[in-house]
Every structure is written in C-alpha cells, then in structure tokens.
Design a protein around this ligand. Structure first.
Ligand code: UD1
Ligand code: UDP
Length: 362
C-alpha cells in the first residue's frame, strides 16, 4: 500500500508530523507532497528541520495568490503527481486551501482520502476554512475525528458511520513528542525581561480579522489595554499576512512586542510559560488547553468548542473592552481542566486504521 501525505502550511506540517513519524517507524511506502502554500523559512522549512522530517518528494511551489488561483494551482499540481505515483490513499490534515484542492484532485482520480481532524465546524460560512472543511469531509473515505463531538457533527451531516473514527487530535502527539526537547533545543527568543508567568502571548492571523481594518485595530487596541492594565509585555510572533496588513492599514503596535514567527520548540516554550494566551489560531487554542494555559479567543465562534466546555478558553471577539474583560475573567479561573483532545497516540491509531482499510475506494 502506497500512502501520499499532502501538506502546505505551518499547522499541517506540525499536525502531520506524528503521522509521518509513524510511517517512518513502520517503514511504510509513503511520500510527502508539499503544495508550497507556505514557503517563507520560518513558517515552513524550519519545522522540517526541527522536527527532523524527511523533505517532501515533491514541492509544487504554488505560493500565494487569491483563493481561486492558489486552489486551482494546487489542484492541477496534485493531480499530476497523483497520476504519476498512483498512491492508494492520500492523507490531508485540517482546513486549508491545500487540503481542499488535494481532496478534490484525489477524489476525481478515484483515490481514497483520509481526512485528519475531520468534523470541526465553526458554523461561520464566511471563513474560507469552514468551506474547505465541509467539502473535504464530504469527499473523504476515512474521517479521523479528534473527539466524540466532531464524530456526532459528521453523522448529523449524513456521513456514513463506518467511515468515521475517533482518534484524538495529533496535536497532542506533537506536543508530547516534542515537549521534552524544548528546553535544550529552542532558539533564543528575542524578548528581554520576560520570565515565567510574567508576560502574555498573542497570535493573530485569521483572514476575517487581519484583512478587516476595524477588527484588526480593535484587537490591537484590546491587547494594548491588557498590556497597560497588567504592566506586562505582550509578545506577538507575527504571521507574514498580519504584518503585511498592519502596514497596509497603518496600525500602530504601540506597546506590543512584535517578533518573527517562531520555530516550534521556542513557541511551545513561550506558550507554556505565558500567563495567558490571546489568539485567533485554531491550533493555538488546542495547545493552550493541552498545556494548561488559559486562552482568550479573538473571534466570535470556534470550531474547537471542546476548549470552551473544558473551561480553558473563552470567546472575546474583537472589541477591545470585551478582550480586556474576558482576559480578567480567565485570569481568575483555576487551570485544572481536562484535555479533551486525546492521549497522544492519534498518529499511531490513524495509520493503523489506514492499514486495515487497505482495499480500493468505498
Ligand atoms: C493559511 C490558511 C489558514 C491557516 C494558516 C496557517 C487557507 C485559506 N488559509 O492562511 O487556514 O490558519 O495558513 O498559518 O488555506 N505569506 C508569506 N509567506 C508564506 C506564506 C504566506 O509571506 O510562506 C503571506 C503572503 O503575503 C500571503 C499571505 O501571507 O498572501 C497569506 O498566505 P495564505 O497561504 O494565502 O494564507 P494564510 O493567511 O497563511
Ligand atoms: N506556531 C509556531 N510558531 C509561531 C506560531 C505558531 O510554531 O510563531 C505553531 C503553533 O504551535 C501551532 C501552529 O503553529 O501548532 C498553529 O498554526 P497557525 O496558527 O498558523 O494556524 P491554525 O492552527 O490557525 O490553522
């Protein structure tokens, strides 16, 4: 059986790393295709280097563009490689344009699709990721739901029960596999004066936030209110999209400490030691929950409701005062919640299921 693992962005590299490790461990016949959706060193290659992942056999180098341009280029490129290689299954993770385009290409060639992190829904159709998730789930043959909640969502949408497997989220595997290494291997973080529990960490990059001047401004104001109120630094490793938009909208960072995007070990260390995390990232909401750091989500919805139920996370939207109020609320709460995302063996479970379902497309 030949497996094709397709990825294209920072979170996909991180969340597929446990699956790639498992393929290596079992000496499976597999290869990696990189769409090239992310290409800047610090949101792409650094993760291959640090997580010691084999370099992709193919890199389509599609780069940035409009949604249609990017999705179309990936679709065309993936089709060519899949026709040449003839894998039995492709594995994709998450909700990016790379995921949707790869699933479409495979589906039309009659190649089985395994979707890692299936069944997440924000119920906000204005998010490009929501459309990508729904369409990918509905053309997948094996759906790896991280939690029972995501399994129920899929069943409710009419997806056959026997295609769905609750596996846990591979982000737990990624944290457990790498956590021990953070002390020795993280690179120097350019944040003088910070110490454990003595700073806030922020990440903001969602299209609906940073491409909207009012929302982005609201978030930056909210972060500055927090910095002023607590007299602590807010460290913001800034995604290239957000940096571009900040310059375009002439938004002043004021008291925020902006730094380059970080490698995984350094970022985990910064997350673990933060007093609280403010984010609109999907993966960061999960990691905060797993690492037992309170989280304030700078959105009005989340496809990770498990974190809200666990009590690790709260929705704050983009209004500055709400962001401050929710932060104050979360800081008073105890950190004793239970991680709902599994035991850290999702990668092993997923590969096991893939091997057991070694027949042609359903
Ligand atoms: C993409 C995903 C998003 C995911 C995020 C992870 C989609 C629709 N969006 O968003 O779900 O959360 O990745 O980080 O698939 N850029 C660079 N260097 C790069 C890549 C991008 O400078 O290596 C800049 C370019 O100006 C580009 C912009 O960032 O136009 C946005 O990149 P893009 O890949 O379109 O979307 P992300 O915002 O990264
Ligand atoms: N991350 C990182 N360095 C950073 C910021 C984030 O390694 O400077 C990691 C983070 O630990 C998480 C993932 O990137 O695993 C989240 O990716 P992102 O926020 O870009 O995408 P999303 O999860 O929202 O799709």
């Amino acid at each position: 059986m030949k497996i094709s693992i397709i990825l294209g962005t920072r979170p996909e590299i991180i969340k597929l790393s446990p699956i790639i490790r498992e393929c290596e461990k079992l000496s499976l016949d597999y290869f990696i295709i990189h769409s090239g959706q992310h290409y800047t060193f610090n949101i792409d290659e650094v993760f291959f280097e640090q997580l010691k992942l084999p370099m992709p056999k193919y890199n389509l180098k599609v780069g940035s563009g409009t949604h249609a341009e990017q999705t179309a280029k990936i679709l065309l490129g993936i089709e060519k490689v899949l026709q040449k290689e003839g894998p039995n299954i492709v594995l994709v993770e998450g909700d990016t344009n790379t995921v949707l385009a790869s699933a479409l290409a495979a589906s039309k060639l009659g190649i089985k699709i395994g979707h890692v992190e299936a069944g997440l829904r924000s119920y906000d159709r204005q998010m490009p990721e929501e459309i990508n998730r729904i369409l990918t789930d509905h053309c997948s043959d094996l759906l790896f739901a991280p939690t029972e909640k995501s399994r129920k969502i899929l069943i409710h949408e009419g997806i056959q029960e026997n295609k769905i497997f609750v596996t846990g989220n591979t982000i737990v595997d990624a944290i457990y596999q790498n956590y021990k290494k953070i002390k020795e291997k993280s690179r120097t973080i350019d944040c003088p004066g910070i110490s454990k529990n003595n700073y806030f960490l922020a990440t903001v990059h969602r299209q609906e936030n940073v491409d909207n001047k009012e929302k982005f401004r609201g978030i930056i104001r909210g972060l500055n209110l927090i910095a002023a109120k607590f007299g602590l630094q807010i460290i913001y490793p800034i995604h290239p999209r957000s940096l571009k938009q900040m310059k375009l909208f002439n938004i002043e960072k004021n008291n925020l400490h902006l730094i380059e995007p970080l490698d995984y070990f350094s970022f985990l260390e910064l997350e673990k030691n933060a007093r609280l995390i403010l984010t609109d990232s999907g993966g960061v909401q999960e990691e905060a929950c797993i690492l037992k750091v309170p989280c304030v989500t700078l959105r009005n919805n989340t496809e990770r409701p498990e974190t809200l139920e666990a009590g690790s996370n709260i929705l704050a939207g983009t209004n500055p005062h709400n962001i401050l109020l929710r932060t104050e609320y979360m800081l008073k709460k105890s950190r004793e919640w239970i991680n709902p995302f599994g035991d850290g063996n999702a990668g092993e479970r997923i590969i096991n299921i893939v091997q057991k379902n070694d027949e042609s497309r359903f």
